[in-house]
Design a protein around this ligand. Structure first.
Ligand SMILES: [Zn+2]
Ligand SMILES: [Zn+2]
Ligand SMILES: [Zn+2]
Length: 286
């Protein structure tokens, strides 16, 4: 029985189409439902244990939880690990409360600062007060065991941390590792070497928010820094494991096939798509 990770969304926080947007990609996604993208989210499944987990609770939580259940019908949601307090990554927690699922003691793994934010601010504080969620505080760089065959190591990454700090995660199964990093301000601002981190895992899903710096006319990209996809691809060209870019902004040409995707592919870098999945146990272990 396998341990798996499944990508449940690949868009930046605002999703595709983004509310109120009339850019070409958003108009196309409104006209053709197959072009719509849920916000970035990773599902984890241990079929033998009958358990599943989510990394991040996005505004598309309802659909993503359903997709996870369809993927692994015999598995029950056993916890959620959060990266940070930007809306695309935690706002889906609203579905756990009294007005909706009214979960009982669902473990929610967060940094200490993120836990404080949830405890101190409504409506999240009510989830804690009513016991819908049980906050489990993570210590940076310290691995925790999620289930019998899944472990998680939080790594602090630099990001515009208005309400919380920001975590990326190394997910470890019995045989393989996956690195999940949907948001970071820039690889050079990080105390770690991204090439080394990626070299230490089998699969890396990385912040690919923007393809190029001129993607957002009228917005100052310096206020919302991210590594550019082209920069990430050049750094990681020829990396041993699988690398896919996720967390794509609605303006990002990588959302559809074309010259930009082909350029990445020449460097061995892929683009994440909802439904991609990876075995984290020994390949072929059954
Ligand atoms: Zn984000
Ligand atoms: Zn748009
Ligand atoms: Zn963010």
């Amino acid at each position: 029985m396998s341990v798996e990770a499944i990508l449940l969304g690949t868009a930046q926080d605002g999703g595709v189409p983004q509310a109120g947007c009339t850019c070409e990609l958003c108009l196309a996604a409104r006209a053709d439902a197959t072009l719509r993208q849920w916000t970035a989210c990773l599902g984890l499944v241990d079929r033998a244990a009958g358990q599943s987990w989510l990394i991040d609770a996005t505004p598309d939580f309802r659909e993503q939880l359903h997709a996870l259940h369809e993927w692994a019908p015999d598995c029950t949601l056993a916890g959620i690990a959060l990266t940070h307090a930007h809306v695309g990554h935690y706002a889906g927690l609203i579905h756990l409360g009294r007005e909706a699922a009214h979960m009982q003691g669902l473990p929610v793994y967060t940094s200490a600062r993120m836990a404080g934010f949830l405890r101190q601010n409504a409506p999240w504080s009510q989830l804690v007060a009513l016991g819908n969620v049980e906050l489990r505080i993570l210590t940076p760089d310290e691995e925790v065991q999620l289930g019998p065959r899944l472990w998680l190591t939080p790594l602090v990454v630099p990001h515009r941390d208005e309400f919380s700090d920001t975590l990326a995660y190394v997910v470890r199964g019995p045989g393989r590792r996956l690195f999940y990093c949907p948001d970071i301000d820039g690889w050079d601002r990080w105390s770690r070497d991204v090439g080394q981190v990626v070299g230490g895992v089998d699969v890396a899903l990385l912040d690919g928010t923007f393809y190029s710096a001129d993607e957002l006319p009228g917005r100052d990209v310096a206020e919302i820094p991210h590594p550019l996809a082209t920069d990430t691809a050049e750094r990681l060209a020829g990396a041993q494991g699988e690398v896919h870019l996720i967390h794509l902004n609605h303006s990002n040409p990588l959302l559809r096939p074309g010259a930009e995707r082909a350029w990445l592919a020449e460097r061995g870098i892929g683009v994440g798509a909802t439904g991609m999945c990876w075995r984290l146990d020994e390949p072929g272990a059954g």
